[in-house]
Design a protein around this ligand. Structure first.
Ligand code: SAT
Ligand code: MN
Length: 600
């Protein structure tokens, strides 16, 4: 590690001081083995033969069920424990020495207490099981922005997913040997008992301990635990950003490509936006869309002052329900082979199926039971596909550039049935940080708990920021300095509803119309009207040729509703106050100024 400061205090550098990172890794693996007592240890090299053996093993024990090899070659179905189908935010902790460092946005536990609790759970938990040692790299293996980790797990399903979602195996191990530090992740499915389940992060030790879940973000530790919670903490120390954002390249008919990074909460359409198919008229004119990433974005200022971004992941862990030839043909094309499906339904001929795919009737539901329409939905609302990024037809030829891609615009967005217009632009960086910090969204099935409840979800990082949001906002503000050529910041809302409860904006491919307007703003070409909340387009500032909008939609999607925003800003003030004196004053000043303008 290059960092010797931890929030202003010097930190010990235990790993950098080791003779070799491999010694450090070996020592830790042995320590873990003494604690968990596995029957055997397998170091994963990422090879095809290793993968084939794992798949065979999982077929034998029923962890993986084969899908129809004629329609979906090399594809598998995994059905998780019905009590283990989503991230568990109430059981997810950030364990820093000081509770204030974790902040009110995280559940906190003192590191000693957390270690004791977790080690008691891990004691002997791998008896009779194989312990897999999984070295992985987040980001292109030759990228200076990439970071490595090692996950130790007793779940072959996790290994198979990590092989798709990360650069896993020998190359990662070689990079770890060269590098100053790596993130350690200890994982066991334990008994899959929700009462014995915790996801603990120790950012000061670059360490994760996860017990009792085999699902997604709880178990694939490279993803949310490393690439967001631990990485956001490291990014603050080292001057970069680890964000819950897709990255998409928009190529115009002149052949210029602008890269946009966009933050939306889980299950709010990041994958669809990242893989967008342009409307017919745009396609004919020569517009193209390139997918760089669909969930996580690591970015840092380059020598030219711009922000350069990589996708730390190598695959997509996408939400299945709603994915169809109409909503996301690129995703559908990606998952016709070499895909792991989790908690979807199946047809009589063992094809994967979910609500919104097509009008076939499934034979089995996500629990493997005969489908019964009274027991719907057939696929779990948070069911997923895991697939290599390379299988996506729109995968960007620059997705693996070691230096990343330059970001022209940052977009924040949530699910808001009312008030929030289709799009607006922040006046400047500080205003944009406030826009991100005050994001609100209705909750989805990606985490356990109530669905459809409005909550504040700053930068879509509420479940993922590894430290105090007040410090995170200050970190964001710190990028605005001499020489910086920062992207413009926008806010979008694809989810505005009319009085009849129906969505007012068609979304999906038509979202390109909004992205085109943003790029026009970046280039100083597109028009907008200044309002207290930012610059809004009028309907005819966008290319809406071929879109049927009702008069209500025309009105609401482009309206600035002063009364509603006054109330919204009261809510935002109340939320920001939860961070007390630690909140950067520039953000409070911004919020107070806008509130004053709103009052007129
Ligand atoms: O389960 S994951 O955290 O990987 C998916 C998500 O919630 O975004
Ligand atoms: Mn996500």
């Amino acid at each position: 590690s290059t960092s010797t400061e931890h929030f202003g205090k010097p930190v010990p550098q235990p790993l950098a001081a080791e003779a070799s990172q491999l010694d450090a890794l070996n020592q830790w693996v042995m320590e873990v083995a003494r604690l968990t007592e596995p029957a055997r240890i397998q170091w994963c090299d990422g090879s095809d033969s290793e993968h084939d053996e794992l798949v065979e093993l999982m077929q034998d024990d029923g962890t993986l069920l084969p899908l129809n090899p004629d329609t979906h070659p090399n594809s598998w179905l995994h059905l998780s424990d019905p009590d283990d189908v989503a991230r568990v935010e109430h059981l997810t902790f950030v364990c820093t020495g000081d509770a204030e460092t974790a902040g009110p946005n995280n559940h906190w536990m003192a590191p000693d207490e957390a270690h004791a609790k977790m080690d008691a759970l891990f004691a002997g938990c791998m008896r009779g099981r194989t312990m897999y040692v999984v070295p992985y790299c987040m980001g292109p293996i030759d990228s200076p922005l990439a970071r490595c980790g090692v996950e130790v797990t007793d779940s072959p399903y996790v290994v198979a997913n990590m092989r798709i979602m990360t650069r896993m195996g020998a190359a990662a191990l070689a990079r770890i040997e060269r590098e100053g530090s790596f993130v350690r992740g200890l994982h066991s499915i334990g008994e899959l008992d929700p009462e014995r389940r915790f996801i603990m992060h120790f950012p000061e030790e670059l360490l994760i301990k996860s017990y009792g879940s085999g699902y997604g973000g709880n178990a694939l530790l490279g993803k949310k635990c490393h690439a967001l919670r631990i990485a956001s903490y490291q990014a603050r120390q080292e001057g970069w950003l680890a964000e819950h954002m897709l990255i998409v390249g928009i190529e115009n008919p002149q052949g210029e490509t602008h890269y946009i990074a966009a933050a939306f909460p889980s299950a709010c359409g990041k994958t669809n936006l990242a893989m967008l198919i342009p409307p017919e008229s745009y396609r004919r004119a020569g517009w193209k869309v390139w997918t760089v990433g669909d969930d996580i974005c690591w970015m840092r200022p380059g020598a030219d002052g711009r922000l350069w971004a990589i996708n730390p992941e190598a695959g997509y862990f996408g939400v299945a329900p709603g994915t169809s030839a109409k909503s996301n043909p690129n995703a559908l094309a990606s998952i016709q082979r070499d895909t792991i499906f989790t908690n979807v339904a199946t047809t009589a001929d063992r094809q994967p199926w979910w609500e919104g795919l097509d009008d076939r009737v499934p034979a089995k539901d996500w629990q493997g039971r005969d489908y019964d329409r009274n027991n719907s939905p057939a696929a779990h609302p948070n069911s997923r596909f895991t697939v290599s990024a390379k299988q996506c037809p729109s995968y960007s030829p620059h997705a693996e550039d070691p230096q990343g891609v330059p970001i022209s615009a940052i977009v924040f967005g949530g699910r808001r049935a009312s008030l929030v217009p289709l799009v607006f632009e922040a006046r400047d960086w500080t205003h944009g940080v406030l826009v991100g910090a005050s994001m609100g969204s209705e909750t989805t099935a990606a985490a356990t708990g109530a669905v459809g409840v409005m909550r504040r979800d700053p930068m879509a990082m509420k479940p993922f920021c590894g430290y105090n949001f007040a410090d995170y906002f200050a970190h964001w503000l710190s990028f605005d300095k001499p020489g910086a050529k920062l992207p413009k910041i926008f806010h979008v809302n694809w989810f505005r509803k009319g009085d009849d409860g129906q969505f007012l904006w068609p979304g999906f491919g038509d979202n390109l119309r909004v992205l085109e307007w943003m790029i026009g703003r970046v280039k100083g070409e597109a028009r907008a009207v200044d309002t207290p909340i930012g610059a809004l387009p009028k309907a005819d500032d966008l290319n809406l040729e071929g879109v049927e909008l009702t008069p209500e939609a025309q009105d609401k999607l482009f309206a600035f509703e002063r009364e509603g925003w006054l109330r919204e800003f009261d809510g935002i003030a109340g939320y920001l106050n939860e961070y007390g004196g630690r909140l950067p004053s520039a953000l409070l000043v911004e919020q107070k100024n806008i509130a004053a303008t709103l009052r007129g």
